[in-house]
Design a protein around this ligand. Sequence first.
Ligand SMILES: Cc1cc2nc3c(=O)[nH]c(=O)nc-3n(C[C@H](O)[C@H](O)[C@H](O)COP(=O)(O)O)c2cc1C
Length: 245
Amino acid sequence: METIGVWIGNGAAPAFKQADLLAAVPQLRSPAHVVQDPASGALGVAQGGLFMPQGMQAPGGTPAWPVLATLPPIYPEWLGDRSFCETHAVRFPYVSGAMANGIASTRLVIAMARAGFLGFFGAAGLGPATIEQALHELERELGTADSGGLTWGANLIHSPNEPAIEERVADLYIRRGVRRVSAAAYMRPTPPTFATPTRGWASVRADGSGASTMCSRRSRVPRSRVTSSSLRPPRCSTCWSRRAS
Ligand SMILES: Cc1cc2nc3c(=O)[nH]c(=O)nc-3n(C[C@H](O)[C@H](O)[C@H](O)COP(=O)(O)O)c2cc1C
């Protein structure tokens, strides 16, 4: 097999056994070199040490393994779009979606925020008073966007049969300065929550798929940018199933 260089362990040895190979898998942040045991021909993985590309000479007497391929390091922070991390001030471009009735609990959202992710509190199916209590806890533990706190968000579920509750929850988010809201289950944008510029925040997408729809900033979104494409039945705000209305 064609080699691209050699690997010198500087005291370390490549992994050839199954358990050692498995231990190497989570080491995503280090380059991984696919090496061949010159004696047996077995393939293994080498990390750390020193890779010397073809043409460079390993010092005489140093054990060196031929390298067939090299995997560059992969940082979870680098996956996805960097602008997501910049916009939401998170380390990792990952979201834990809202899950109704507080299944996506305050504890989950707090743990996500502290680990550098963005979590949305599962506010659907909960009354405004319970949601306010949860927001209070999130603010206490994580701070708010305006106070330079950690990043978190909450869900705004479309409740076609309970517009007053939807309205109250929207008002609550605005009043308490919740800057990240995942708006879900919308069949079409509702004027009070999405298209009214005086609201101070608006959805960038409302297509009924909902869960990853985010209102990231207090920004005015022209009505033309707010789209409504889904003809699917709305989500139940309690159990998250789709009802044929
Ligand atoms: C039990 C359960 C409840 C959910 N409830 C909500 C909800 O209330 N609001 C919402 O926007 N998304 C809700 N979702 C959708 C999730 O936030 C997420 O977007 C969805 O599960 C897709 O992510 P996944 O592919 O990683 O599962 C729910 C999902 C599950 C499994």
